[in-house]
Design a protein around this ligand. Sequence first.
Ligand code: ADP
Ligand code: MG
Length: 269
Amino acid sequence: MPIGGGRGVTRILAVANQKGGVGKTTTSVNLAASLAAAGRRVLLIDLDPQANATMGSGVDKRGLAHTVYHVLLGSESIAAVRVAAADCKYDLIPANRDLAGAEVEMVNLPRREMRLREGLREVADEYDFILIDCPPALNLITLNGLCAARTVMIPMQCEYYALEGLSDLVNTIRKVRANLNPVLEIEGLLRTMYDPRNILAQQVSEQLQQHFGEKVYRTVIPRNIRLAEAPSFGVPVLYHDRLSKGTQAYLALAGEILGGEPGNPPVSG
Ligand SMILES: Nc1ncnc2c1ncn2[C@@H]1O[C@H](COP(=O)(O)OP(=O)(O)O)[C@@H](O)[C@H]1O
Ligand SMILES: [Mg+2]
């Protein structure tokens, strides 16, 4: 696994967890913005019909003629669908409700799990990082994300049922690796909405480290109101309140992914 996201090697990460509300979209948008702020060329792909990553990047899902749906169905190229999320400093493949129908429509298409992967080829070289925000399901749309990616980032809340859901996801990743995408690996597990005063959260966090060791990011994302507010302004938290704990946490995560130490964000000031 190349470290540092250097030019020439595109790191393609699927942000996935079949549970909803664990911080996938918040992580996708804010990690994309943090990597872009560190000077990396970033493409964010919204694979959720709810289109929260699209709206959270300041792109209005209602005004879109073409979306990731058309890429999956093969009627538009990815370059034709791509928009600049200019205020966020990254590019976006947007989504809208159309995507909800894609699953049924793709079922009989050839290489139905590989539609995104094949579409991405055209533009992959233009980026250092491609982040894929997956929907809260282990469905054909998510499979397209897992087949296009090289690694999976798993955001999770440290609560009682979290570990149970994790084994389904890990099994799915194993099956995808065995049958569809032999290079796929777990990039890391990210503890989100973390409250260090919560004893259960501490215990789940310890279990996670026992099971997954080095795969658990040292950076922890705290519960932070600014992270929840930022989408209503259509910007990543970095451009909503740059001194917030949420901003600092996602900059630190970007630093960790780029090979630095947590707590030392890749940009300053
Ligand atoms: N670290 C955090 N602190 C506070 N609120 C958060 C945090 N992470 C996510 N949220 C909020 O929790 C909700 C679910 O997060 P989201 O990223 O949409 O999850 P998912 O994409 O996994 O469904 C959203 O309202 C989001 O604003
Ligand atoms: Mg989401």
